[in-house]
Design a protein around this ligand. Structure first.
Ligand code: FAD
Length: 323
Protein backbone atom coordinates (compact mmCIF):
# COMPACT_ATOMS: atom_id res chain seq x y z
CA UNK A 1 0.00 0.00 0.00
CA UNK A 2 1.34 3.43 -0.91
CA UNK A 3 0.84 6.42 1.33
CA UNK A 4 -1.12 9.29 -0.17
CA UNK A 5 1.99 11.43 -0.32
CA UNK A 6 3.82 9.06 -2.63
CA UNK A 7 0.83 9.04 -5.01
CA UNK A 8 0.39 12.83 -4.94
CA UNK A 9 4.12 13.25 -5.57
CA UNK A 10 3.62 11.72 -9.00
CA UNK A 11 1.79 14.92 -10.01
CA UNK A 12 -1.28 15.02 -12.26
CA UNK A 13 -4.87 15.75 -11.38
CA UNK A 14 -6.21 13.99 -8.30
CA UNK A 15 -9.55 13.78 -6.57
CA UNK A 16 -10.17 12.99 -2.95
CA UNK A 17 -13.42 12.65 -1.04
CA UNK A 18 -14.33 13.27 2.59
CA UNK A 19 -16.98 11.20 4.37
CA UNK A 20 -18.19 11.23 7.94
CA UNK A 21 -18.59 7.94 9.82
CA UNK A 22 -21.90 6.21 10.48
CA UNK A 23 -23.18 6.00 14.05
CA UNK A 24 -24.72 2.52 13.87
CA UNK A 25 -23.91 -0.86 12.31
CA UNK A 26 -26.87 -0.43 9.95
CA UNK A 27 -25.70 3.04 8.97
CA UNK A 28 -22.25 1.57 8.40
CA UNK A 29 -23.59 -0.83 5.74
CA UNK A 30 -25.26 2.04 3.88
CA UNK A 31 -22.19 4.24 4.14
CA UNK A 32 -19.87 1.49 2.89
CA UNK A 33 -22.15 0.92 -0.09
CA UNK A 34 -22.09 4.67 -0.83
CA UNK A 35 -18.32 4.92 -0.51
CA UNK A 36 -17.77 1.85 -2.63
CA UNK A 37 -20.03 3.19 -5.33
CA UNK A 38 -18.33 6.60 -5.38
CA UNK A 39 -14.86 5.05 -5.33
CA UNK A 40 -15.76 2.80 -8.28
CA UNK A 41 -17.23 5.68 -10.27
CA UNK A 42 -14.89 8.54 -9.45
CA UNK A 43 -11.71 6.58 -8.69
CA UNK A 44 -10.38 9.07 -6.15
CA UNK A 45 -6.77 8.95 -5.03
CA UNK A 46 -7.95 8.66 -1.46
CA UNK A 47 -10.96 9.02 0.78
CA UNK A 48 -11.01 10.51 4.25
CA UNK A 49 -13.11 9.67 7.26
CA UNK A 50 -13.76 12.39 9.81
CA UNK A 51 -13.40 12.08 13.57
CA UNK A 52 -16.25 12.97 15.92
CA UNK A 53 -15.29 14.51 19.23
CA UNK A 54 -18.47 12.97 20.62
CA UNK A 55 -17.52 9.37 19.77
CA UNK A 56 -18.80 7.05 22.48
CA UNK A 57 -16.20 4.66 21.16
CA UNK A 58 -14.23 4.80 17.96
CA UNK A 59 -14.53 1.14 16.91
CA UNK A 60 -17.08 1.74 14.13
CA UNK A 61 -14.95 4.56 12.68
CA UNK A 62 -11.94 2.27 12.63
CA UNK A 63 -13.95 -0.63 11.21
CA UNK A 64 -15.22 1.53 8.33
CA UNK A 65 -11.73 2.89 7.64
CA UNK A 66 -10.19 -0.59 7.71
CA UNK A 67 -12.79 -2.09 5.36
CA UNK A 68 -12.47 0.74 2.83
CA UNK A 69 -8.66 0.52 2.95
CA UNK A 70 -8.53 -3.25 2.56
CA UNK A 71 -11.47 -3.96 0.26
CA UNK A 72 -12.12 -0.94 -1.97
CA UNK A 73 -8.67 -0.50 -3.54
CA UNK A 74 -8.34 3.07 -2.32
CA UNK A 75 -6.15 4.75 0.28
CA UNK A 76 -7.87 5.93 3.45
CA UNK A 77 -6.90 9.01 5.45
CA UNK A 78 -8.31 8.95 8.97
CA UNK A 79 -8.92 12.27 10.71
CA UNK A 80 -7.84 12.34 14.36
CA UNK A 81 -8.23 15.19 16.87
CA UNK A 82 -6.76 15.99 20.29
CA UNK A 83 -10.08 15.45 22.08
CA UNK A 84 -8.55 12.39 23.78
CA UNK A 85 -5.73 12.22 26.33
CA UNK A 86 -2.31 11.22 24.99
CA UNK A 87 -2.60 7.61 26.21
CA UNK A 88 -5.83 7.14 24.24
CA UNK A 89 -4.36 8.73 21.14
CA UNK A 90 -1.48 6.25 21.39
CA UNK A 91 -3.98 3.38 21.46
CA UNK A 92 -6.07 4.75 18.56
CA UNK A 93 -2.98 5.23 16.40
CA UNK A 94 -1.82 1.67 17.04
CA UNK A 95 -5.30 0.32 16.23
CA UNK A 96 -5.34 2.36 13.01
CA UNK A 97 -1.95 0.95 12.05
CA UNK A 98 -3.13 -2.58 12.82
CA UNK A 99 -6.18 -1.98 10.58
CA UNK A 100 -3.86 -1.25 7.64
CA UNK A 101 -4.17 2.56 7.71
CA UNK A 102 -1.16 4.52 6.40
CA UNK A 103 -2.53 8.10 6.45
CA UNK A 104 -3.68 10.34 9.32
CA UNK A 105 -5.04 13.91 9.24
CA UNK A 106 -3.72 15.33 12.52
CA UNK A 107 -6.05 17.96 13.95
CA UNK A 108 -6.50 19.76 17.22
CA UNK A 109 -10.30 19.82 16.98
CA UNK A 110 -12.83 22.47 17.92
CA UNK A 111 -13.50 23.63 21.47
CA UNK A 112 -16.65 22.05 22.95
CA UNK A 113 -19.89 23.80 21.90
CA UNK A 114 -20.40 26.97 23.92
CA UNK A 115 -16.67 27.59 24.50
CA UNK A 116 -14.58 29.78 22.22
CA UNK A 117 -11.13 28.73 23.40
CA UNK A 118 -9.52 25.30 23.35
CA UNK A 119 -8.64 23.80 26.71
CA UNK A 120 -6.55 20.64 26.50
CA UNK A 121 -8.19 17.60 28.12
CA UNK A 122 -6.23 16.35 31.16
CA UNK A 123 -3.14 14.62 29.82
CA UNK A 124 -3.92 15.95 26.35
CA UNK A 125 -2.52 18.31 23.74
CA UNK A 126 -2.87 22.04 23.05
CA UNK A 127 -2.59 21.98 19.28
CA UNK A 128 -2.11 19.82 16.21
CA UNK A 129 1.69 20.31 16.21
CA UNK A 130 1.86 18.18 19.35
CA UNK A 131 -0.17 15.41 17.70
CA UNK A 132 2.10 15.46 14.64
CA UNK A 133 5.10 15.09 16.97
CA UNK A 134 3.46 12.17 18.76
CA UNK A 135 2.75 10.32 15.50
CA UNK A 136 6.33 10.77 14.26
CA UNK A 137 7.77 9.85 17.66
CA UNK A 138 5.79 6.60 17.89
CA UNK A 139 5.50 5.55 14.28
CA UNK A 140 8.41 7.11 12.41
CA UNK A 141 7.53 7.28 8.73
CA UNK A 142 4.79 4.67 8.81
CA UNK A 143 2.05 7.26 8.53
CA UNK A 144 1.72 9.96 5.93
CA UNK A 145 0.51 12.93 7.99
CA UNK A 146 -1.86 15.59 6.67
CA UNK A 147 -2.72 18.80 8.54
CA UNK A 148 -5.40 21.47 8.13
CA UNK A 149 -4.82 24.86 6.48
CA UNK A 150 -7.09 27.91 6.52
CA UNK A 151 -7.19 30.09 3.37
CA UNK A 152 -9.33 32.62 5.26
CA UNK A 153 -7.58 32.23 8.62
CA UNK A 154 -8.72 29.97 11.44
CA UNK A 155 -11.66 31.50 13.31
CA UNK A 156 -9.63 31.75 16.53
CA UNK A 157 -7.25 34.12 14.75
CA UNK A 158 -10.09 36.62 14.26
CA UNK A 159 -9.44 39.56 16.55
CA UNK A 160 -13.10 39.62 17.60
CA UNK A 161 -16.21 37.88 16.27
CA UNK A 162 -17.06 40.81 13.96
CA UNK A 163 -13.61 42.11 13.18
CA UNK A 164 -11.91 40.25 10.32
CA UNK A 165 -8.36 39.13 10.96
CA UNK A 166 -5.53 41.60 10.55
CA UNK A 167 -2.54 40.98 8.31
CA UNK A 168 -0.66 40.13 11.49
CA UNK A 169 -3.19 37.43 12.51
CA UNK A 170 -3.06 36.04 9.00
CA UNK A 171 0.75 35.87 9.16
CA UNK A 172 0.57 34.22 12.58
CA UNK A 173 -1.88 31.61 11.35
CA UNK A 174 0.47 30.79 8.46
CA UNK A 175 3.35 30.41 10.91
CA UNK A 176 1.30 27.87 12.87
CA UNK A 177 0.71 25.97 9.64
CA UNK A 178 4.43 25.99 8.88
CA UNK A 179 5.07 24.70 12.43
CA UNK A 180 2.88 21.70 11.62
CA UNK A 181 4.83 21.03 8.44
CA UNK A 182 8.15 21.48 10.26
CA UNK A 183 6.94 18.99 12.89
CA UNK A 184 6.66 16.38 10.15
CA UNK A 185 3.43 16.83 8.20
CA UNK A 186 3.52 15.67 4.58
CA UNK A 187 0.57 17.53 3.13
CA UNK A 188 -2.05 20.18 3.84
CA UNK A 189 -5.80 19.99 3.23
CA UNK A 190 -7.63 23.28 3.46
CA UNK A 191 -10.83 24.46 5.00
CA UNK A 192 -13.49 25.04 2.34
CA UNK A 193 -13.73 28.38 0.58
CA UNK A 194 -15.76 30.00 -2.20
CA UNK A 195 -13.48 32.91 -3.01
CA UNK A 196 -10.93 31.20 -5.27
CA UNK A 197 -8.49 34.16 -5.53
CA UNK A 198 -8.25 34.08 -1.71
CA UNK A 199 -7.25 30.43 -1.86
CA UNK A 200 -4.68 31.09 -4.57
CA UNK A 201 -3.17 33.92 -2.55
CA UNK A 202 -3.07 31.68 0.57
CA UNK A 203 -1.32 28.97 -1.42
CA UNK A 204 1.29 31.42 -2.73
CA UNK A 205 1.89 32.81 0.77
CA UNK A 206 2.42 29.27 2.11
CA UNK A 207 5.21 28.84 -0.42
CA UNK A 208 6.62 32.32 0.33
CA UNK A 209 6.93 31.56 4.06
CA UNK A 210 8.83 28.38 3.26
CA UNK A 211 6.33 25.53 3.07
CA UNK A 212 8.23 23.59 0.42
CA UNK A 213 6.79 22.71 -2.98
CA UNK A 214 7.01 18.99 -2.24
CA UNK A 215 4.33 19.46 0.46
CA UNK A 216 1.07 19.31 -1.51
CA UNK A 217 -1.64 21.79 -0.50
CA UNK A 218 -5.07 20.41 -1.37
CA UNK A 219 -7.91 22.89 -1.82
CA UNK A 220 -10.96 21.66 0.11
CA UNK A 221 -14.28 22.36 -1.63
CA UNK A 222 -17.73 21.96 -0.12
CA UNK A 223 -20.32 22.08 -2.90
CA UNK A 224 -23.51 23.93 -2.00
CA UNK A 225 -26.11 21.19 -1.61
CA UNK A 226 -28.65 22.73 0.72
CA UNK A 227 -29.44 26.37 1.54
CA UNK A 228 -29.74 26.08 5.33
CA UNK A 229 -26.62 23.99 5.83
CA UNK A 230 -24.60 26.23 3.48
CA UNK A 231 -25.55 29.27 5.58
CA UNK A 232 -24.81 27.40 8.80
CA UNK A 233 -21.37 26.15 7.70
CA UNK A 234 -20.22 29.44 6.16
CA UNK A 235 -21.26 31.43 9.19
CA UNK A 236 -19.68 28.94 11.60
CA UNK A 237 -16.35 28.89 9.73
CA UNK A 238 -16.54 32.61 8.83
CA UNK A 239 -16.14 31.70 5.17
CA UNK A 240 -16.65 34.61 2.80
CA UNK A 241 -19.36 34.18 0.20
CA UNK A 242 -18.80 36.17 -3.00
CA UNK A 243 -21.66 38.53 -3.87
CA UNK A 244 -22.55 36.71 -7.06
CA UNK A 245 -23.10 33.44 -5.16
CA UNK A 246 -24.95 35.23 -2.37
CA UNK A 247 -27.42 36.87 -4.76
CA UNK A 248 -27.95 33.81 -6.95
CA UNK A 249 -28.59 31.68 -3.89
CA UNK A 250 -31.10 34.05 -2.34
CA UNK A 251 -33.15 33.88 -5.57
CA UNK A 252 -33.48 30.08 -5.49
CA UNK A 253 -33.30 29.38 -1.77
CA UNK A 254 -36.79 27.84 -1.56
CA UNK A 255 -36.24 25.43 -4.44
CA UNK A 256 -34.00 22.56 -3.32
CA UNK A 257 -33.29 21.31 -6.84
CA UNK A 258 -32.30 24.77 -8.02
CA UNK A 259 -30.03 25.20 -5.00
CA UNK A 260 -28.30 21.94 -5.94
CA UNK A 261 -28.00 22.98 -9.59
CA UNK A 262 -26.46 26.27 -8.49
CA UNK A 263 -24.11 24.31 -6.24
CA UNK A 264 -22.90 22.23 -9.19
CA UNK A 265 -22.52 25.32 -11.39
CA UNK A 266 -20.51 27.21 -8.75
CA UNK A 267 -18.37 24.18 -7.95
CA UNK A 268 -17.57 23.78 -11.64
CA UNK A 269 -16.64 27.43 -11.88
CA UNK A 270 -14.38 27.24 -8.81
CA UNK A 271 -12.72 23.96 -9.81
CA UNK A 272 -12.06 25.19 -13.36
CA UNK A 273 -10.45 28.32 -11.92
CA UNK A 274 -8.28 26.15 -9.67
CA UNK A 275 -7.32 23.78 -12.47
CA UNK A 276 -6.53 26.72 -14.79
CA UNK A 277 -4.14 28.03 -12.13
CA UNK A 278 -2.41 24.67 -11.86
CA UNK A 279 -4.08 23.56 -8.60
CA UNK A 280 -4.86 20.01 -9.62
CA UNK A 281 -5.52 18.20 -6.34
CA UNK A 282 -9.24 18.66 -5.75
CA UNK A 283 -10.58 17.59 -2.36
CA UNK A 284 -14.37 17.43 -1.96
CA UNK A 285 -16.35 17.50 1.27
CA UNK A 286 -19.13 15.12 0.16
CA UNK A 287 -21.33 15.22 3.29
CA UNK A 288 -21.84 11.54 2.35
CA UNK A 289 -23.93 12.62 -0.66
CA UNK A 290 -23.25 11.32 -4.12
CA UNK A 291 -25.02 13.21 -6.87
CA UNK A 292 -23.56 16.73 -6.60
CA UNK A 293 -19.91 15.71 -6.38
CA UNK A 294 -20.40 13.16 -9.17
CA UNK A 295 -21.99 15.83 -11.40
CA UNK A 296 -19.08 18.18 -10.69
CA UNK A 297 -16.45 15.56 -11.49
CA UNK A 298 -18.36 14.63 -14.65
CA UNK A 299 -18.72 18.30 -15.62
CA UNK A 300 -14.99 18.74 -15.26
CA UNK A 301 -14.43 15.84 -17.65
CA UNK A 302 -12.66 13.89 -14.91
CA UNK A 303 -15.07 10.98 -14.66
CA UNK A 304 -13.16 7.76 -15.46
CA UNK A 305 -14.70 5.20 -17.82
CA UNK A 306 -17.21 2.86 -16.13
CA UNK A 307 -15.70 0.45 -13.70
CA UNK A 308 -17.37 -2.92 -13.98
CA UNK A 309 -15.87 -4.39 -10.83
CA UNK A 310 -18.55 -6.07 -8.72
CA UNK A 311 -19.59 -3.88 -5.84
CA UNK A 312 -19.78 -6.25 -2.91
CA UNK A 313 -21.15 -3.77 -0.35
CA UNK A 314 -23.85 -2.76 -2.80
CA UNK A 315 -24.72 -6.43 -3.03
CA UNK A 316 -24.80 -6.76 0.76
CA UNK A 317 -27.13 -3.78 0.98
CA UNK A 318 -29.44 -5.03 -1.78
CA UNK A 319 -29.76 -8.42 -0.11
CA UNK A 320 -30.51 -6.76 3.24
CA UNK A 321 -27.53 -8.45 4.92
CA UNK A 322 -26.15 -6.90 8.04
CA UNK A 323 -22.46 -6.11 7.81
P1 FAD B 1 -4.25 23.84 15.10
O1 FAD B 1 -3.41 23.80 13.88
O2 FAD B 1 -3.67 23.28 16.34
O3 FAD B 1 -4.70 25.35 15.29
C1 FAD B 1 -5.79 25.69 16.13
C2 FAD B 1 -5.75 27.14 16.50
O4 FAD B 1 -4.66 27.37 17.38
C3 FAD B 1 -5.55 28.09 15.34
O5 FAD B 1 -6.22 29.31 15.62
C4 FAD B 1 -4.08 28.29 15.31
O6 FAD B 1 -3.76 29.47 14.65
C5 FAD B 1 -3.76 28.29 16.80
N1 FAD B 1 -2.43 27.74 17.13
C6 FAD B 1 -1.81 26.71 16.52
N2 FAD B 1 -0.61 26.48 17.10
C7 FAD B 1 -0.50 27.38 18.08
C8 FAD B 1 0.51 27.67 19.04
N3 FAD B 1 1.66 27.01 19.07
N4 FAD B 1 0.27 28.69 19.93
C9 FAD B 1 -0.87 29.37 19.90
N5 FAD B 1 -1.86 29.14 19.02
C10 FAD B 1 -1.67 28.17 18.13
N6 FAD B 1 -12.74 18.73 13.40
C11 FAD B 1 -13.16 17.57 13.98
O7 FAD B 1 -13.59 17.59 15.15
N7 FAD B 1 -13.15 16.38 13.30
C12 FAD B 1 -12.69 16.28 12.02
O8 FAD B 1 -12.67 15.19 11.44
C13 FAD B 1 -12.22 17.49 11.37
N8 FAD B 1 -11.75 17.46 10.11
C14 FAD B 1 -11.26 18.60 9.54
C15 FAD B 1 -10.70 18.55 8.26
C16 FAD B 1 -10.18 19.68 7.66
C17 FAD B 1 -9.55 19.58 6.27
C18 FAD B 1 -10.22 20.93 8.34
C19 FAD B 1 -9.69 22.18 7.68
C20 FAD B 1 -10.78 21.00 9.61
C21 FAD B 1 -11.29 19.84 10.23
N9 FAD B 1 -11.83 19.87 11.52
C22 FAD B 1 -12.27 18.72 12.12
C23 FAD B 1 -11.95 21.14 12.24
C24 FAD B 1 -10.70 21.43 13.08
O9 FAD B 1 -10.57 20.46 14.08
C25 FAD B 1 -10.88 22.83 13.67
O10 FAD B 1 -10.78 23.81 12.67
C26 FAD B 1 -10.02 23.15 14.88
O11 FAD B 1 -10.55 24.32 15.49
C27 FAD B 1 -8.56 23.45 14.56
O12 FAD B 1 -7.88 22.31 14.26
P2 FAD B 1 -6.38 22.41 13.65
O13 FAD B 1 -5.86 21.06 13.54
O14 FAD B 1 -6.35 23.30 12.47
O15 FAD B 1 -5.66 23.13 14.91
Amino acid sequence: IDTIHSVLAEGGTTLSLEFFPAKTEEGMGNLLARIEDMVARLQPTFVTLTWRSAFADESLWLKIGGIVQREFSVDVLLHLTCHLPRADLVRVLQNARDAGIRNILALRGDPPIGEDRWQPVPGGFSNAVELVHLIRELHGDHFCIAVAGYPEVHTECWNSPDLPPSEQSFAQDLTFLKDKVDAGADLVITQFFYDVPKYISFHDKCREIGIPAHIPILPGYLPIQNYASFRKFTSWCKTSVPNTIDKALEKVKDEDEQVKALGVQEALRACRQLLDHGHRTLHFYTLNLESTVTSVVEGLGLLPKANLRELSWQRHKASGNRV
